[in-house]
Design a protein around this ligand. Structure first.
Ligand SMILES: Nc1ncnc2c1ncn2[C@@H]1O[C@H](COP(=O)(O)OP(=O)(O)OP(=O)(O)O)[C@@H](O)[C@H]1O
Length: 253
């Protein structure tokens, strides 16, 4: 369970997150959707204990993230928007390193590494330096690293970035499995069709504020729109703007 209450984050004068509140229940996938620069990554970094909030409170499984970031990291798996990995290690070395700092017993670690490495098809890259791997393969290494300690809570920032269709489908199936196990999952994506199929509820964030929240059906009903894409564009005031931009482009050709 994740509880976010009145969360604000300022960088100097810039208000990146502006008093947002939401809850993510056990066994729920919560989609955080918003245009570029709306505050998704900042929010997720705070949930993962990487950034301190300016004001407000985040509880993960009842633990206050700002006060106990180390405790929270034990139960959270965080995948950043861009993989942050040790380029001069191999995936095998990184998995062993993460296993040792997380205190995962050797046999459990081996079992989990084998499972995820096979699932994402990266067997052939295990002994190569991470810095030499493709972006998609690095993303898979980043995902596996976040999953090794079997976290109760997952914070996935654009986790499908760079994944080929097969790996994206596998991740999708894994997430549904994790949800059925009772994990709480926060998931940001710009792929609205994906959010539509995997998210139980959506929070639309715009200019640092959550401007709408609910199931996909509730959002469509409230916005009087047929698709999540139309809901999103309407709420983020992009719909009319797109019509004008396309019109101007046509006239300039
Ligand atoms: N370390 C920082 N210092 C100053 N400003 C920052 C910092 N991190 C984020 N911001 C600003 O905060 C705002 C929110 O950024 P954030 O990365 O959270 O957006 P986002 O919704 O994840 O965007 P995207 O979809 O492009 O990844 C942006 O205006 C961004 O420039």
């Amino acid at each position: 369970m994740i509880e976010v209450e009145n969360l604000t984050k300022k960088f100097g004068d810039k208000i990146a997150v502006d008093g947002i509140s939401f809850h993510v229940h056990d066994g729920e996938i919560y989609g955080l959707l918003g245009p570029n620069g709306s505050g998704k990554s900042t929010t997720m970094k705070i949930l993962a204990g990487i950034l301190k909030p300016t004001t407000g409170k985040v509880l993960v499984e009842g633990i206050n993230v700002a006060k106990n970031p180390i405790e929270v990291k034990k139960i959270v798996g965080y995948v950043p928007e861009t993989p942050i990995l040790y380029e001069s290690l191999t995936p095998s070395e990184l998995f062993n390193f993460v296993g040792s700092i997380r205190g995962i017993p050797k046999d459990k670690l081996e079992e989990r590494v084998n499972y995820f490495v096979k699932a994402f098809g990266i067997e052939e890259y295990l002994e190569q330096f991470i810095g030499t791997l493709s972006f998609g393969t690095q993303q898979k290494v980043s995902l596996i690293t976040a999953l090794l300690h079997d976290p109760k809570v997952l914070i996935l920032d654009e986790a499908m970035n760079g994944l080929d269709p097969k790996s994206a489908r596998i991740l999708r199936e894994l997430l549904l499995e994790f949800k059925n196990e009772g994990k709480s999952i926060v998931f940001s994506t710009h792929i609205l069709s994906l959010a539509e199929v995997i998210c139980d509820r959506i929070g639309v964030i715009y200019q640092g504020k959550i401007i709408a929240e609910g199931t996909i059906e509730e959002l469509k009903e409230k916005a009087h729109e047929e698709s999540l894409e139309d809901v999103f564009l309407k709420l983020t005031e992009s719909k009319d703007e797109i019509v004008h931009i396309v019109q101007a482009l046509k006239e300039s050709l």
